[in-house]
Write a protein that binds this ligand. Structure first.
Ligand SMILES: O=C(O)CCC(=O)C(=O)O
Ligand SMILES: [Fe+2]
Length: 292
């Protein structure tokens, strides 16, 4: 890997100005080969579950055979619990170099996810939204807009055809716009449209498509308007997301760096985004047809 403190500062400056940034080749060489192999292993692990499976913060979101003709894995959450590779990766030295100009030296993690868009799965788009909607317990976070950042690492090439991320520059200064909060609020159901942007006072012509090569990183914030289309190509789009927060602003999340020192995940999972952990920590299957 090849990140310098100077490149990280430049990315942080761009992020504050535009609401997003791109860092090319954050991961490369042998490291990228291992990352891709481990991500494929996570997909295979997901495929062993007939429906959505949860254990603690670990989760595999499954589109089941019964409703989709064959089984697809579309998301994994908190792979750290079954992957030494991902556990080390989330708190690597390069990750600290990257995050320090964004969040300082004491950092926790609120989300660790892989998103796949398997060809043929259909339901692989994410309608326009701001990620603030995924922090339902707002009172548990202070200064949440300025003290969080999300990074998305391309595992596969991320192209227009396979549903790369799209962002609207400077939308992070517009406040919370309620995009995709209508109806049942499912962001993977239905499709993004220009009209939804216009209705929120945004200009469709401003959209930037974040086309990425494997190992490239996209960076965005909880207030940045973004989304992605379903995959219409024959190639999957695996994308690894991590959301980090300044540790002094919340009691939630898993430690990543304490005064810059890489900190392994503990023995028991910490409460992160959702209450599901508290309500049902044991391994179980979920048979909720959110896509119906
Ligand atoms: O994977 C994607 O394309 C977008 C995901 C996203 O925006 C989210 O999970 O909040
Ligand atoms: Fe998002």
């Amino acid at each position: 890997m090849s990140i310098t403190a100077q490149a990280a500062r430049a990315a942080a400056d761009q992020y504050r100005e535009e609401g997003f940034a791109i860092l090319r080749q954050f991961v490369d060489g042998d490291e990228l080969t291992r990352l891709r192999a481990e991500t494929a292993r996570m997909y295979d692990e997901g495929m062993t579950h007939p429906t959505t499976f949860r254990h603690g913060n670990l989760c595999f979101e499954i589109l089941p055979e019964r409703d989709f003709g064959r089984r697809y894995v579309i998301q994994a959450y908190w792979m750290s619990w079954i992957s030494d590779y991902y556990e080390r990766f989330r708190r690597s030295e390069d990750t600290f170099t990257l995050l320090e100009p964004f969040l300082g030296r004491d950092i926790k993690q609120i989300a660790q996810q892989i998103h796949w868009k398997p060809p043929g799965a259909g339901l692989t788009g994410y309608r326009w939204h701001q990620d603030l909607r995924f922090r339902p317990k707002r009172e548990e976070f202070r200064e949440i807009e300025e003290s969080s950042v999300t990074i998305g690492l391309a595992i596969d090439p991320s192209t227009r055809e396979n549903g790369c991320l799209q962002v609207i520059p400077r939308s992070h200064r517009m406040g919370y716009l309620g995009l995709s909060d209508d109806g049942d609020g499912q962001i993977m159901k239905g499709i993004s449209s220009d009209d939804q942007l216009r209705a929120a006072g945004l200009e469709p012509a401003d959209v930037v498509w974040l086309e990425l090569e494997p190992g490239d990183l996209a960076i965005w914030g909880l207030m940045t308007v973004h989304g992605s289309l379903p995959n219409t190509s024959q190639n999957d789009r695996a994308f690894a997301l991590s959301s980090y927060v300044r540790a002094d602003t919340t009691d939630r999340g898993e430690w990543v760096f304490r005064d810059g020192v890489s900190t392994p995940i503990g023995d028991t999972p910490a409460l992160c985004k959702y209450e599901a952990l508290r309500e049902r920590p044991e391994p179980h299957y979920i048979d909720q047809k959110w896509y119906a």
